[in-house]
Design a protein around this ligand. Structure first.
Ligand SMILES: Cc1ncc(COP(=O)(O)O)c(C=O)c1O
Length: 389
């Protein structure tokens, strides 16, 4: 038994509540609407290329910044969607998902004792990543049910000279908010005024429900030089297990991130970088159909929840929604409620409190990245909630 004190940060942090709910769902054979990943395959044209690459290679380390074919295809895609010129050598780094992209950004840009502003509710990785970097998270509330923010509260956080950066998740998990151009302009103005870097997490950039539109904050005037764009291919091509993501940023910021990535993971999976290229080269019609399918399953799921009597915030983007459980919880905490729902109804969701810095206990996060028949089955099971819970 080791007697010396081990890293104190690993004392403070618990495992991820989201991924814990997945384990509980597996144990009880529940439909897993907790951790967000699809139960359907990636597009056939990507799987076909994967088969070819499996036989032909490459299978060894890629150049640490990413296969040049991956970076070239990605640069073209980003230029098309973001409207910003992207040099595949100077402005792009292939990472192991957005998870590594964000960790590498924080490690590269922050010093111990710096502060990082995070909207609450927030994706739980951000807290752990801040703690591991000895960075202090400063939470600014997004006020439910509309999940809007108060610009004065945000400015107070930005004014602190210790504030180095803001992590901006847009479209936002778990709230489903897609920030308007005006809201992003407010954040951008404050970032420029107070010299704050914006680290984005835009993994849901292509899951947007009309009439909402995704604006890349990096595309606003004066923002490219102070934005580190982190994103992922996990959600856009339904390949969460492939672990592909990237950082797009101005050269002087990206060069620092590259140093961290070089020693953290060496490179993203080489054959998978190559296999996803047909996805990166897909025409606009791919994204239209992708968005239309997510709109269909959102409509199925939200209608079903309404019929059962649940109240929820209509998502503007992402595949999550926050459901008010007060009418069903009967005095249970949100954690007890979600655990009992997994065991007794066979449907898993995430207790809302795990996303909030504030004391919020009446919400649960469900995701609907599932086949239509899976969602119908989940709704069928949920319709027994009054009888069984
Ligand atoms: C907001 C957000 N960021 C990042 C991730 C993880 O992305 P990746 O699979 O690229 O690491 C997720 C996954 O659920 C997410 O919801």
């Amino acid at each position: 038994m080791i007697k010396k004190e081990l890293n104190r940060k690993t004392d403070i942090l618990t495992d991820s509540v989201i991924r814990r709910m997945t384990r509980l769902a597996i144990d009880h054979d529940a439909i897993n609407l907790s951790q967000g990943f699809p139960d359907f395959n990636p597009p056939q044209f990507i799987m076909d290329r994967l088969q070819e690459i499996a036989l032909a290679g490459p299978h060894q380390y890629s150049p640490t910044w990413g296969q040049i074919e991956y970076r070239k295809a990605l640069a073209k895609k980003l230029e098309h969607w973001m409207g910003i010129p992207i040099d595949p050598n100077e402005n792009l780094l292939a990472t192991v998902g957005s998870t590594e992209a964000m960790m590498a950004s924080l490690m590269a840009l922050c010093n111990p004792g710096d502060k990082v502003v995070i909207f609450s509710p927030y994706f739980e990785n951000y807290f752990a990543q801040a703690v591991f970097n000895s960075v202090e998270p400063v939470f600014v509330p997004l006020i439910p049910p509309k999940f809007t923010f108060d610009a004065d509260v945000l400015e107070a956080a930005f004014k602190d000279p210790k504030t180095k950066a803001m992590i901006l998740c847009n479209p936002s998990n778990p709230s489903g908010r897609v920030f308007t151009k005006e809201e992003l302009q407010t954040i951008a103005d404050l970032a420029i005024r107070h010299d704050v870097i914006i680290i984005t997490d835009e993994v849901y950039e292509h899951i947007i429900f009309a009439p909402h539109k995704h604006t890349y904050i990096a595309s606003l005037p004066g923002m490219w030089e102070r934005t580190v764009c982190c994103s992922s291919l996990s959600k856009t091509y339904s390949i969460t297990g492939w672990r592909l993501g990237y950082i797009a940023a101005e050269k002087s910021l990206l060069d620092r991130c590259k140093k961290v990535h070089d020693f953290l993971t060496v490179c993203a999976p080489t054959p998978l970088q190559m296999a996803v290229i047909p996805g990166l080269e897909a025409p606009d019609s791919y994204y239209e159909e992708f968005g239309a399918q997510y709109t269909r399953v959102k409509d199925i799921f939200t209608k079903g929840l309404t019929d059962i009597g649940f109240r929820y915030t209509e998502p503007e983007g992402t595949y999550f929604l926050m459901v008010d459980i007060s009418d069903f919880a009967k005095g249970k905490s949100d954690t007890e409620f979600c655990e009992e729902m997994t065991v007794k109804l066979g449907v898993a969701a995430v207790p809302g409190s795990s996303f909030f810095n504030e004391d919020v206990n009446h919400l649960a996060r469900f995701h609907f990245s599932k086949k239509e028949e899976t969602l119908y089955e989940a709704l069928e099971r949920l319709s027994d909630i009054r009888k069984k819970m």
